[in-house]
Write a protein that binds this ligand. Sequence first.
Ligand SMILES: O=C(O)CCC(=O)C(=O)O
Length: 367
Amino acid sequence: MPASIFVARRPGDDSKVSPRHAVNQQEGPLAPAGSAKTSAVPKAARTQKYPDRPAGQATDVSTTDQPGPACRLHGAHMQSFPQFDESWKNWLDENIRRGCSHQSMIDAMVANAFDPNTAHSILSRRIAGEEVDAAAVSSSASYVYGKQMLPQGPVIKANDCRARVLFSSSQPVVALLGDVLTEEECERLIEIGRQSVKQSAVVDPASGAEIIIRERTSQGAFVNGSVDPLVAKIDRRLAELTNIPLENGEDLHLLRYGIGGEYRPHFDYFPEELAGSRHHLQRGGQRIATVILYLNEVELGGETTFPNVGLSVRPQRGSALYFEYGNELGQVDPKTLHAGNPVEQGEKWIATKWIRRSRFQPLPQDA
Ligand SMILES: O=C(O)CCC(=O)C(=O)O
């Protein structure tokens, strides 16, 4: 069962480092030879920090984060649509040769406005000695906001629920809905989760395999109506509220974060240019919308944030955060980059529904 695509965190984003993670201070990255413009790379990127990998945790092999020489800075100016040109190619090749940590190279590219998945993919391809076509990695056309799928109005109705729209935005399309689940339903889902969750995985952009990485420190489980009739009831409710056919929804994903648990910035859609997405896209097409159901209130931390648009949502029991990111042109909306902030006190329980463009096809073992 697919999980979301991992996105490398931005450099210097120390606020999201769990207090439980020890950090190793690395030698600061070096300025490029002959360049006076050290300011071309954000200041934060000059002091890379590397959270330790928890003992025994599997590694994302395509971004091994071994300590090593800090990567030299690229002299590029921050721009909204970076081009992977000759100078970036030389920069990457030099830092690969110097044995820099993969994460530090990805971080430096992201700090220069590369899409994190793209940076990840370019790095994997250069390491494998493959040519990278500049045109293929430059940004695609801007996302076109068409007609929203979510019904409009202050209250959205399903057969068994009246959800109040507490907040909404149109670019990106995000809405916070109150009263989607009752207290008892939240309790029951948490109870089901306690019996079933295990360490969460993400999709490796290169291979498509599920991997466990430090960017996602939670425990999760996919559940459907065969586990409990309540899940079928909630699935129906979400389909009615979102106005998207029931069969387009993946199984409900229950997720628990303990103290320090987080999900660093990522997209829920599968980047079509990455080989690892192919297999997942065959199972109902692209993901086009997400609903996050908040099952409890977190004592401190655990907000869902959208770093590209400065939005932060505090979990409120029974409410649902809806966002959509796939339009009729087949584009995906990068403004829906989002994260689950580290839980500082208490625990956090959510249930996520990822929705596909077409009918979702469960794997035989999930059916
Ligand atoms: O934990 C959160 O608030 C975000 C969860 C999330 O990003 C996801 O399930 O895709």
